[in-house]
Design a protein around this ligand. Structure first.
Ligand SMILES: *Cc1c(COP(=O)(O)O)cnc(C)c1O
Length: 453
């Protein structure tokens, strides 16, 4: 057998350290009206061991042995060579993908969920609250909490709550409790329901509710957990790219020419891309491409500003690309890509010219997802189809140029819980929305008095 389709690592070969891009890309600090926000200000929201990681600029951080042990339930994740997709495209490019769909929750999200649950357990936390869009993060955190022995409460964006009953059942099976957001359980939720009772909800609203639920628990042992965006989350995900480096080496590849990931809050993209971003900082030529939907174009259309991470403005100001904290995205099927903001590190790296974001319409993405399923076999999550569509664009470009490029993308999750979106696509019920650009200016009016990063 000369053709290796899956490049696998043994558990012994797993990376022992995470890479922290904050050592090499400098982000402006979190801000409040009183100036930069010190670590202590987060005390009621996050455990201090994770706050320390959030503020850390140490380049390499040891992964605790116990977390490695939790990760070995599904890691190392295989890297696949997409021979059959290449053949279907007739491209000279070599396409590789990291398969993050094999985790118990079906995506990359458990990589940080188990780390966050473990650090919280160490700290003495009894219960975690969180938000979830498509339900991927809520199920990942419910799974992680069940492993380490924490309670878990999930505020799920209304539209996904209605569309994805099976995600709710996954959470329930792992012992998590899930309610639709906006809910009547928090002030933030009640205020929004009063104004807009029919709202489909948004991640920004669900985050407000989850933070409120954590900080108002009088016992002080409930903390909040965020599945993306923050520096420590990006860092936990870098195990993806660090494994990928070892795997490429095994098949004799040097650095890839192109690296691609879909970007909602930025975590799966960052996980794959950040370790290679260090090579780019050190002079390597790599095109690093975060991909987002045209209907929620945070990196490609929204300015780099200070904005809140949530709708009710409970979070400090974060320097990031943002569509505005009041933005409620259209109900597209890639629920995980509907956040108004973006990881500060990804945002800053884009500002620094290290990454070149791209937006793609949902019909092209579904078409790419179906081609992938028919050639490589795995049915991708609607979010993941954005990365596949961009990989196909790059493979077609390589064909035009007659170049044998190496393209690496992150297969962030499978779509077996998201088949309703495929159903609508097959029935011709999905369409492409042009993004109403004026909306950004409208949503940014409230940011006028804020500091500039
Ligand atoms: C949540 C999710 C995303 C988007 O989140 P990021 O933090 O940008 O990675 C992408 N793909 C899948 C499968 C997801 O579950």
């Amino acid at each position: 057998m000369t053709r290796i389709r899956k490049i696998v690592l043994t558990e012994d070969e797993m990376p022992r350290q995470w890479y922290n891009l904050a050592a090499d890309v400098k982000c402006p600090p979190f801000m409040s009206p009183d100036g930069p926000v010190p670590p202590e200000a987060w005390e009621s929201v996050f455990p201090m061991n994770l706050v320390e990681q959030e503020y850390s600029t140490q380049r390499w951080v040891d992964i605790p042995e116990e977390i490695l042990n939790l990760l070995t339930r599904w890691r190392p994740a295989p890297m696949h060579r997409a021979y059959d997709l290449e053949k279907a495209l007739g491209t000279p490019a070599k396409i590789y993908y990291k398969n993050e769909s094999l985790s118990p929750a079906g995506s990359h999200k458990p990589n940080t969920a188990v780390a966050q649950a473990w650090y919280n357990k160490q700290f003495g936390t009894k219960k975690l609250t969180t938000e979830t869009g498509a339900g991927q993060w809520g199920s990942a955190l419910s799974f992680a909490c069940s492993l380490v022995g924490l309670e878990c409460k999930v505020f799920m964006v209304r539209i996904s709550f209605d569309q994805k009953p099976f995600r709710q059942l996954m959470m329930q099976t792992w012992g998590g409790e899930c309610v639709a957001s906006p809910s009547t359980e928090t002030q933030a939720g009640r205020a929004i329901l009063e104004k807009t009772p029919d709202t489909p909800g948004s991640l920004g609203i669900a985050i407000s509710e989850a933070i409120e639920a954590a900080v108002t628990d009088p016992s002080g042992t409930t903390k909040y957990s965020l599945g993306s965006v923050l520096n420590h989350v990006m860092m936990h995900q870098t195990i993806i790219g660090l494994e990928a480096k070892k795997q490429l080496e095994k098949v004799g590849e040097k650095l890839p020419d192109v690296i691609i990931g879909c970007a909602g809050g930025g975590s799966n993209f960052a996980g794959l891309a950040f370790p290679f971003t260090l090579d780019k900082i050190n002079g390597a030529e790599i095109d690093i491409i975060p991909v987002e939907p045209v209907s929620c174009p945070t990196l490609t259309q929204a300015p780099y500003v200070y904005d809140h991470g949530d709708t009710a403005k409970m979070t400090p100001l974060v320097a990031m690309h943002s569509l505005g904290h009041g933005f409620v995205p259209p109900p597209i099927h890639a629920g995980g890509l509907r956040y108004h903001g973006m990881s500060p590190l990804v945002s800053r790296a884009v500002e620094d010219g290290l990454m070149a974001p791209r937006s793609i319409h949902q019909l092209e993405c579904y078409k790419a997802g179906v081609l992938f399923a028919k050639t490589e076999g795995i049915i991708p999550a609607p979010e993941t189809t954005h990365a596949i569509a961009a990989a196909i664009q790059e493979a077609n470009k390589a064909k035009e140029e007659g170049k044998e490029k190496v393209i690496l993308f992150n297969f962030s999750g499978h779509g077996l819980m998201d088949l309703v979106g495929y159903d609508k696509y097959f029935k011709g019920e999905l369409s492409d929305h042009e993004f109403p650009i004026d909306e950004i200016a409208k949503n940014h009016e409230v940011l006028k008095g804020y500091p500039k990063p």
